[in-house]
Design a protein around this ligand. Structure first.
Ligand SMILES: [Zn+2]
Ligand SMILES: [Zn+2]
Ligand SMILES: [Zn+2]
Length: 252
């Protein structure tokens, strides 16, 4: 008899070889852009500036697709040791996923309230405006802290101001969207982002991640999951039997 137990398990992660190949592949893809950005760094022509900005956008998109995958999968879901990442896992994996927004309570009509970084038990929500503001700021600071070394490296390698400015601005937009879009998904009617079709694609995509935490790791940039083999577009029959459908989850 065929063993079906594997099918109800969470998505299998990629092999170490696949992870290495994906990271190398992304580096190979961006290296011509980075090299050209370096070569034209001191040319004040409109072409050099436009190309540098464009190369910065493409490079940030590719690098962020991989970084988002690593940070979300390991730092926010699977960390038990390193203190900073352990706190991120307690706040995200435990508190967000399985206390405040489980699949049966995927949307929340109340105001945004995050599990507080200051509470001893990381499942407690923020109680005051100050802790709320500081908790949100700490999320932005966490992503920024992880992004700064990459941006510094981009500057050191290219010495191209337009390339670097482009990467910094794209990184800022991505960090804003990581936080804002995720809030918008769990709090209907909160944001103008809902008017875009891709918002609803990412929402359905994120609902699958709330059921199978090992799938659809990238909240914003699904390319990372596609490359790592953790992209899922539909729930299995077992998952559908166990959890609300996406349409139900949006109304619960
Ligand atoms: Zn998650
Ligand atoms: Zn979520
Ligand atoms: Zn929430």
């Amino acid at each position: 008899m065929k063993d079906l137990s594997r099918r109800i398990m969470a998505t299998k992660g990629p092999s170490p070889l696949r992870i290495v190949l994906v990271v190398l592949g992304v580096l190979v893809c961006i290296s011509p852009l980075v090299l050209l950005a370096n070569l034209i760094a001191n040319q004040p022509t409109p072409f050099a500036i436009v190309f540098s900005l464009f190369a910065g956008v493409i490079s940030t998109f590719l690098v962020a697709s991989i970084v988002e995958w690593f940070v979300h999968r390991y730092a926010m879901h699977k960390s038990k040791r390193l203190p900073l990442f352990r706190i991120a896992t307690e706040l995200h994996h435990n508190a967000h996923h399985w206390v405040h927004c489980p699949p049966t309570r995927y949307v929340n009509p109340e105001q945004i309230n995050r599990p507080s970084v200051f509470a001893a038990g990381k499942n407690e929500l923020c109680q005051t405006t100050l802790t709320r503001v500081l908790t949100t700021a700490s999320h932005a600071a966490f992503y920024t802290f992880l992004t700064i070394p990459i941006l510094l490296l981009a500057w050191v390698v290219t010495v191209n101001i337009w390339f670097t400015v482009s990467m910094v601005s794209m990184a800022a937009v991505f960090i804003y969207l990581f936080i804002r879009l995720h809030d918008a998904i769990h709090h209907p009617g909160l944001s103008w982002l809902e008017r875009f079709n891709w918002f609803w694609f990412l929402d359905h995509h994120h609902y699958i991640h709330h059921i199978d935490n090992d799938a659809n790791t990238n909240f914003l940039l699904p390319l990372g999951d596609l490359l790592m083999g953790t992209l899922r577009l539909e729930l299995t029959a077992e998952e559908q039997a166990k959890w609300p459908s996406y349409a139900e989850a949006r109304t619960l």
